[in-house]
Design a protein around this ligand. Structure first.
Ligand code: SF4
Ligand code: F3S
Length: 370
């Protein structure tokens, strides 16, 4: 028997488990066999680049074929379905009448102009807006899963000045929503969450209603370059070896299992391994608070102090191994860091240290690629 505990253990191990292993698939298949009726899933693309559905299609274990033919009944997908126009909208109406389905949606929902910035189609001569349809669908769904940072939190589509009044799925419907964020989310996060909902119901949700099995750990804690951060080995431009903090890595402010699960299935990698900073694509304030992407995290105000990236470098050089967040607070509490910060900030006003050198654009200085 495949228990919830086993499932969580498999998922939590990241690349070693949820994806890849035949064990997982066979257990999953056996568990799915015990379900009388394949669960009906509706996947609605609202204001989106469709990158989240493409990420979903990249699932390897289980494969998309296994998922679609053996595990679920994907009844609506803007990208995959052959039905068009009214015929496609009829499917939604019929499914709503039956009830008992899982609603997955990506992209934001425009609210201005009565939602007419985003439409799904025309039925019986009436334009059906995403706003109207998503609210009706959410009203009868067993579970609602927002896929991608736009659907979860607004993302780029809801960024300033947001002329269409785009909002996240939960804001549009007011319903409890499982947020699987990422730009796009890892296929394992999408498939793992869907599988959990089918087999065991609602997963444990953490900050911003995201499943803790995938979004429970800070990237910085698991990063293989953490030792470089601690020992003041910082990259000056993308492509350099070294911790990427000073060229904009948002890992210390980001919670996901990217360092262990990684991406691209057999060809495992992730942004930091590819020598480029994490831009915090899973975060609720992405992209506005992540930009500029290649600048250090904005000053942190912790314990009454503004922590500047330049100061951090100086402090780290002084031998204090820091992490952002809880480690920071612990150090502040001890008073040791407080002294160092005061000293560093006094120094900064005297401009005794060189200001942070902005990284050059890639290719701007070919010498540096030697
Ligand atoms: Fe890794 Fe980024 Fe943390 Fe540096 S700042 S250790 S690159 S997560
Ligand atoms: Fe996104 Fe950062 Fe992971 S940019 S993919 S959360 S490493």
């Amino acid at each position: 028997m495949f228990t919830r505990r086993q499932f969580l253990q498999l998922c939590a191990k990241g690349a070693l488990a949820c994806s890849l292993t035949p064990t997982f698939i066979s257990k999953l298949a056996r568990a799915m066999e015990n379900i009388d009726k394949k669960p009906v899933v509706l996947w609605i693309e609202n204001n989106t680049c469709a990158g989240n559905f493409f990420s979903f299609m990249n699932t390897l274990n289980p494969s998309l074929r296994q998922l679609l033919f053996e595990s679920i009944e994907l009844r609506f997908s803007n990208t995959l379905m052959t039905a068009q126009g009214e015929q496609a909208l009829d499917i939604l109406e019929e499914t709503m009448e039956e009830g008992d389905y899982i609603l997955m949606a990506e992209g934001t929902i425009p609210t201005k102009a009565d939602g007419h910035y985003g439409t799904l189609g025309i039925r019986n001569g009436k334009t059906i807006t995403q706003l109207e349809m998503i609210n009706r669908l959410a009203g009868r769904a067993n579970y609602i899963i927002a896929v991608g940072t736009c659907a979860c939190f607004g993302g780029p589509y809801a960024a300033y000045p947001n002329p269409s009044g785009s909002v996240s799925l939960s804001e549009a419907t007011g319903k409890e929503t499982i947020n699987v964020s990422g730009c796009p989310p890892n296929p394992d996060w999408i498939v793992g969450t869907l599988t959990h909902v089918i087999l065991f119901g609602m997963p444990n949700l953490g900050t911003h209603n995201r499943p803790t099995m995938f979004y429970g750990e800070n990237i910085h804690y698991r990063c293989p370059r953490r030792q470089m951060f601690n020992s003041n080995q910082f990259a000056e431009k993308p492509g350099d070896e070294g911790c990427l903090y000073l060229i904009g890595c948002k890992g210390p402010a980001t919670y996901s299992d990217c360092p262990t699960r990684q991406w691209l299935s057999q060809h495992h990698s992730w942004p930091v391994e590819a020598n480029t900073p994490c831009i915090g694509c899973v975060n609720a304030d992405f992209p506005e608070r992540s930009m500029p992407f290649f600048e250090p995290l904005p000053d942190q105000r912790i314990g009454g102090f503004n922590i500047k990236a330049a100061n951090l470098k100086r402090i780290v050089a002084g031998g204090t191994a820091l992490a952002i967040g809880t480690h920071f607070v612990a150090n502040l509490a001890s008073g040791r860091l407080k002294q160092k910060l005061l000293k560093a900030q006094r120094k900064e006003t005297n401009d005794t240290l060189k200001p942070f050198k902005k990284p050059k654009k890639i290719g701007e200085n070919n010498d540096s690629h030697e």
